[in-house]
Design a protein around this ligand. Structure first.
Ligand code: ZN
Length: 128
């Protein structure tokens, strides 16, 4: 298993981590790459990552901050938990000849929801 570290810069931030994650699939002829973010206030999504949609992801998740959530009585980050819980924190990708079988516009995106922080992404490639 490989651990990738990402230092986020803002409170809510979408970060393209495709190249760093895909590097872990090198050498896999026909297999699967499992990717997991061990955090309650970050997410991992697979989607397009052009500049406008990047801003839209950040706007969407920031909109959750407007609500008066009960968990905010504990540590004021309920919105980050809710976004993480609904977006998800794990993905898998099929691998063929060292390449992830992503759609044309698909990228692997770490979404920081309560930053800035240092985040981990755990990656494990399985052959066969
Ligand atoms: Zn919390």
């Amino acid at each position: 298993m490989k651990e990738i570290t990402v230092r986020t810069q803002r409170e809510v931030e979408a970060v393209d981590v495709t190249d760093r994650v895909a590097a872990e699939a090198k050498g896999v002829k026909d297999g699967v790459l499992f990717v997991f973010v061990p955090h309650c206030t970050a997410a991992l999504i697979t989607n397009e990552f052009e500049p406008n949609i990047k801003q839209d992801y950040e706007k969407l998740y920031s909109m959750l901050r407007r609500e008066d959530w009960k968990h905010n009585a504990i540590d004021s980050n309920a919105d980050a938990h809710l976004a993480s819980a609904t977006a998800g924190g794990q993905q898998f990708y099929f691998v063929k000849n060292g390449t992830l079988l992503l759609g044309t516009w698909q990228r692997i995106i770490l979404v920081e929801l309560d930053g800035p922080r240092e985040r981990k992404i755990l990656v494990k490639a399985i052959e066969g």
